[in-house]
Write a protein of this length. Structure first.
Length: 65
């Protein structure tokens, strides 16, 4: 119950901030174990979006320059 409600709330927060929930959650599952607890706010959807815009990941589908 509570875990599922938390997940729904996180997905809704992603959508409210214009973040793809699937992309966000996949990235968070990779980062959350090693990210410093003192900087956990950086992982909130709105901060995640801001950081991704400033430093977008390389996509394997994009051609090399």
């Amino acid at each position: 119950g509570a875990n599922l409600a938390g997940l729904y709330a996180l997905v809704a927060t992603c959508e409210a901030n214009g973040v793809n929930p699937e992309e966000y959650l996949a990235d968070m599952l990779l980062r959350v174990q090693t990210h410093p607890h003192s900087r956990i706010g950086e992982l909130l959807p709105h901060e995640w979006k801001r950081r991704r815009a400033a430093d977008p990941p390389e996509s394997p589908l994009q051609p090399s320059p």
